[in-house]
Design a protein around this ligand. Structure first.
Ligand code: SF4
Length: 239
């Protein structure tokens, strides 16, 4: 059976209950930039229909940031309302992203309740905040900020101690200097023995073919990824 019928079958047959949230937890809320349904554009889940919950706010200012519209604004939503909206898409996969989702402490509760509801949940995080409190069932996509990002000083290096095979590490690369830096970090911490390692070129800045050539030349076990959603739809919110 191919992947498409498999997913279709899952969507058709899995009934995802909205979890019962206790009265005290129901009052908790998060500032949300957007909730939308699209294809996952990155990671080993690339191509899978996914509900995205994009939380507002980020303490970083990466040079290449493509979601700066999520730095401010958004609206407060109760966790119950977020769960209900996610459920309305009748999908299996949910990604909580930002901004930096962990900048709002209530994000930890949202992640746990999404897991309780039966979703396969991933979290996209900048790597600048502690990930150790995230529910073990969540696949944490941990950025390691390179010098080219301008935010390498914010890397919370002790996060690497928390990584498991369920997680993924992502380097977003601006140029060859970033590539060499990422190689050194990966080897120093033996990251590709712990979990998948993603090398992602900055869109419209580093030629993906050049990155692919470096990876093949150096015979390193990383996944080169191109942001699928930008190839399909270009840049913009809601994708
Ligand atoms: S961590 Fe992500 S959202 Fe925050 S500035 Fe960097 S790229 Fe943008």
């Amino acid at each position: 059976m191919g992947i498409v019928p498999y997913i279709y079958d899952m969507v058709q047959t899995i009934s995802l209950p909205i979890p019962k949230v206790t009265q005290s937890r129901e009052a908790e809320s998060l500032r949300v930039s957007e909730i939308f349904f699209s294809l996952q554009g990155e990671t080993s889940r690339s191509g899978l229909p996914t509900v995205f919950v994009r939380l507002t706010g980020c303490p970083l200012r990466c040079a290449y940031c493509d979601t700066d519209y999520a730095f401010y604004g958004g609206k407060r939503h109760s966790i119950s309302d977020i769960l209900a909206e996610v459920a309305s898409y009748r999908a299996c996969y949910v990604t909580v992203t930002g901004g930096e989702p962990l900048a709002q402490k209530e994000c930890l509760l949202l992640l746990t309740l999404l897991c309780d509801a039966g979703y396969s949940v991933s979290l996209e995080t900048s790597g600048a905040l502690d990930i150790s409190g995230v529910d073990d069932r969540v696949s944490r996509i941990l950025d390691i900020k390179t010098p080219g990002s301008g935010e390498a000083a914010k890397n919370h290096w002790s996060n690497l101690q928390s990584l498991t095979s369920h997680d993924e590490v992502k380097f977003v690369l601006c140029d060859e200097a970033d590539y060499q830096w990422a190689l050194e970090v990966m080897h120093e911490h033996q990251l590709n023995l712990i979990c998948p390692v993603l090398f992602s070129p900055v869109f419209d800045k580093l030629d993906p073919a050049m990155l692919a050539a470096w990876v093949l030349r150096d015979r390193i076990m990383v996944r080169v990824q191109i942001q699928l959603h930008k190839l399909l739809w270009g840049e913009g919110a809601g994708r």
